[in-house]
Design a protein around this ligand. Structure first.
Ligand SMILES: [Zn+2]
Length: 451
């Protein structure tokens, strides 16, 4: 897509790096991640329907023991950053259902790194993994269900992001201040039916939390199989928003906006972070909600209208998921989700990509509001207007051909909140983002046509 005339725009693939964020993600430790996953596996089962009363918790068995340990771990990180994290739980009783034989208490455990700017602290970016596990029988709450990859890996990513970003925000040497709030979540009940994330997302919606992004990490262990590609991690994002009304779907159809849901813009943002920071793994964007026959916690957030994506390793080994630990002597196949199949370096790379995304979003100004594209007259130029974002010093208009997957060009708008581009709105899709003095970019907002 060539611009018709006027000053040449930049290529959108230009990387941009914040030294504080680069330093923060270097602190991610594969060894620490290994310790976290091994600890989670030591509870033998983290089935949501496993025992969670005092006895087993004290004995270090079952989901209750896992819950207490995660809480203590967050509290330990908080102590190390001068109490910078608020450690919380979200507990509710799930009524009986197909996969829940009797009323079951489910607890999500999370830590909040409150934004440093009171005007921005109500904006939230969130990372999550599920700490519950299962074996071959979804109603078995007693036999081993190690869940090292599914989803010890995602839980470890959330914990490791909490550890390094809380450190980064408190260190005198690299004081990476995050104006917006970062929330590190671990949920339960995923295997029984996304129960924990559903509850959490519903509460967030009811309480009108401004969650701008949800990064769900589920099966990011880089299972050691010959077809694995450890250079990439898949990032799944919905096309049509699950929460869109009939009227919104109609508008999306008119505009050709099928590939511009907030979740998909978040996925493109992650691609940008992947070009800007050396995480050790590149995001491979999959323009689809999830894999066939499978679901995940990002969906619970999508259903409440939040932008949410799923990170998953490139090549899954289904012998190592949702399986009783056993060996088939006839063919030598080992079943079960054991730590020995997990590549801890790979999990560390995924954690770096997550941490860089969280830090970039939490450092950036809010996305511009009320972004409009004037369509009053038939003309080949494009006129855009928007409302200012606090903390923004410039704005960027990004665009791409309608058949391109990712942003191709960017034009900086150094003053004001309007732009006229010598590019035909009929041929491209635009997004406007806010940029602060240090170059942190917000998520882009696709303009609404205005007549
Ligand atoms: Zn899972």
């Amino acid at each position: 897509m060539a611009q018709e005339h006027g000053p040449a725009p930049r290529l959108a693939a230009d990387p941009h790096t914040d030294a504080h964020i680069a330093e923060a993600i270097r602190q991610v430790s594969a060894d620490h991640i290994r310790q976290t996953i091994e600890k989670l596996v030591s509870f033998q089962t983290r089935s949501t329907i496993s025992a969670q009363d005092e006895g087993p918790v004290k004995a270090g068995k079952g989901i209750g023991a896992a819950r207490e340990w995660i809480k203590a771990e967050f509290e330990r990180y908080s102590k190390d950053c001068g109490g910078c994290l608020e450690v919380k739980t979200d507990t509710f009783t799930e009524p009986p259902g197909d996969r829940i034989p009797k009323p079951t208490e489910i607890t999500n455990v999370y830590a909040v790194l409150r934004g440093s700017d009171p005007r921005e602290a109500n904006r939230i970016v969130l990372v999550t993994g599920h700490y519950d596990s299962r074996n071959s029988d979804i109603l078995n709450g007693t036999d081993p269900a190690p869940g090292a990859n599914d989803d010890g890996s995602g839980t470890a990513v959330s914990l490791e992001c909490a550890r390094v970003l809380s450190q980064a925000s408190s260190k005198a040497k690299f004081p990476a201040k995050f104006p917006a709030t970062i929330l590190f979540l671990t949920v339960a009940g995923e295997e029984q039916g996304l129960n924990g994330s559903k509850h959490f997302a519903q509460v967030a919606k009811q309480q009108e939390w401004k969650i701008e992004a949800v990064l769900n990490n589920d099966i990011v262990g880089g299972d050691r199989n010959p077809q694995q590609d450890t250079s990439v991690v898949r990032v799944f994002s919905e096309g049509l928003p699950a929460a869109a009304s009939e009227a919104e779907i109609k508008r999306i159809r008119m505009l050709g906006g099928e590939s511009d849901s907030p979740s998909r813009e978040l996925a493109r943002y992650i691609a940008d972070v992947g070009r800007s920071y050396d995480a050790g793994v590149k995001p491979l964007l999959i323009f689809r909600l999830d894999r066939f026959l499978r679901g995940g916690d990002h969906r619970s957030f999508n259903e409440q209208g939040f932008a949410a994506v799923r990170f998953t390793e490139f090549r899954e080994n289904f012998n190592h998921q949702h399986q009783n630990v056993r060996k088939d002597e006839a063919n030598g196949i080992e079943y079960g989700d054991l730590p020995k199949f997990v590549d801890f370096e790979y999990v560390a790379h995924v954690a770096r990509l997550n941490a860089a995304t969280l830090a970039s979003l939490a450092s950036a100004p809010a996305p511009p509001a009320t972004v409009k594209m004037l369509t009053k007259n038939l003309e080949n130029d494009t006129k855009l207007t928007w409302e200012p974002s606090a903390g923004a010093v410039t704005y960027e208009v990004a665009w791409r051909s309608t058949n391109a997957a990712d942003w191709e060009y960017v034009q900086t708008v150094s003053s004001g909140t309007r732009a006229t581009l010598k590019v035909s709105k009929d041929n491209v899709i635009f997004g406007v983002r806010a940029v602060d003095a240090a170059g942190h970019r917000s998520l882009p907002v696709v303009p609404e046509p205005e007549r």
